[in-house]
Design a binder for this molecule. Structure first.
Ligand SMILES: [Zn+2]
Length: 391
């Protein structure tokens, strides 16, 4: 799993990285040189200089496309997706989930290893096992990078997890602890930002439009992408939509505030509310079943949650003005999307044309989160190619 930096370096230049990033976001990863010049704003001479070593190293290929009219056939540049691969591991509450992606960010293999506990050593053992399982699938190719994603305040520069409430970790140097065992320095990233990066290269963000991705489930978070850049936040905190205060006299939150979105709209809060009248309820699936019977208390809990989420996403669209708002949901997608309470609260609180932002539902599997982590490894390799982040 070693990084082949010696191989990376000869192709490195900021222009080469810009070419790679542009092709990553293009359907089919195909473009003419002329179009590439328009999108990257590089001169044709600069495109030639950037592209030649990328073709030489096998990352790009040039192919003749169908001629337009009676003119000469136009040559197109294409990313050679299977030229390189990358590993991502997402740490869940019960599993480490790994994904192997190609140079285009497409999933090639996935693996899942159960966690015996959330103790640091146990979790990192599972991360290494899951990563190894997908690396075996990549053979004989060697992945060019590995990234780990998890929920919490993470410093992606140092690879340190400052605080992860669901793991109960404070100040854990994940990158340092894994470097020897993985044979490379892994990138460590917040899981929602990793998912946002995936949406940026493979979803609504591929054309450079600003968007916000809101994740709904056990916790509630948001990733923000403005003008093609995922917002990181100076202190590792950004997009904490789950802690916007939407009910000033609402329930106490673990963060110290009260009435946060999470206290009424996260899965545990919805479960707790429904259990007051239905103590037998065990899961969100049970909640949905009760909602299907038009149970009044269940519908009230879901409406309250929808209203909290709608108010919060209006606050975000008012501040950022995104083109898209992606609602990524692990369990309640069917109920939330199109929910009257969510929609009404959003429309009530969105200011002016902010409401033109299109809300897009996205069903999310845990493997998608792992793919997001792998895309972090991929994009950080592209940055290293440019020479900007080499140390
Ligand atoms: Zn809070």
């Amino acid at each position: 799993m070693s990084e082949e930096l010696a191989e990376d370096l000869p192709i490195g230049s900021p222009a080469a990285a810009r070419v790679l990033r542009t092709l990553l976001g293009e359907p089919g990863q195909v473009m003419t040189r002329e179009r590439l010049g328009q999108v990257t704003r590089l001169s044709s001479a600069a495109i030639t200089r950037a592209v030649r070593p990328l073709i030489g190293a096998g990352y790009l290929a040039e192919q003749a496309a169908a001629p337009r009219g009676r003119g000469r056939p136009v040559k197109q540049l294409q990313l050679v997706a299977d030229r390189a691969c990358f590993v991502g591991v997402k740490v869940e509450a019960t599993d480490a989930v790994a994904c192997l992606v190609d140079l285009a960010g497409q999933s090639l293999a996935e693996a899942r290893v159960g966690l015996a506990s959330t103790e640091v050593g146990e979790v990192l053992d599972a991360v290494v096992d899951a990563a190894r399982a997908v690396v075996e699938e990549a053979a004989p190719r060697v992945p060019l990078g590995t990234a780990i994603s998890l929920s919490g305040d993470v410093d992606a520069i140092t690879g340190r997890v400052h605080f992860s409430p669901f793991l109960g970790w404070r100040g854990v140097d994940v990158a340092d602890l894994l470097t020897e065992r993985l044979g490379c320095v892994p990138v460590v990233e917040n899981d929602v930002r990793a998912l946002t990066l995936l949406e940026q290269i493979a979803g609504v963000g591929r054309r450079g439009d600003s968007f916000v991705l809101v994740t709904l489930g056990t916790g509630i978070g948001a990733g923000i992408s403005v003008n093609g850049q995922v917002v990181e936040g100076t202190f590792g905190v950004a997009g904490e939509i789950g802690h916007l205060r939407v009910e000033p006299t609402g329930p106490q939150c673990y963060c110290g505030s009260q009435g946060c979105v999470e206290t009424v709209a996260a899965d545990p809060a919805i479960l707790a509310a429904v259990r007051r009248s239905h103590p037998e309820v065990e899961s969100i699936a049970d909640v949905l079943a009760l909602a299907g019977t038009e149970d009044v208390a269940t519908l009230a809990a879901l409406e309250r949650a929808g209203e909290a989420v709608g108010t919060a996403i209006a606050a975000v669209t008012n501040l950022i003005g995104p083109r898209w708002l992606v609602l990524a949901d692990e369990s309640l997608a069917q109920h939330r999307v199109g929910s009257t309470a969510l929609d009404a609260a959003y429309r009530r609180a969105a200011y002016g044309d902010a409401v033109r932002c299109e809300v897009v539902p996205r069903d999310m599997r845990t493997e998608d989160w792992a793919r997001g982590a792998a895309v972090v490894a991929l994009t950080s390799w592209v940055e290293r190619v440019s020479g900007r982040s080499l140390d």
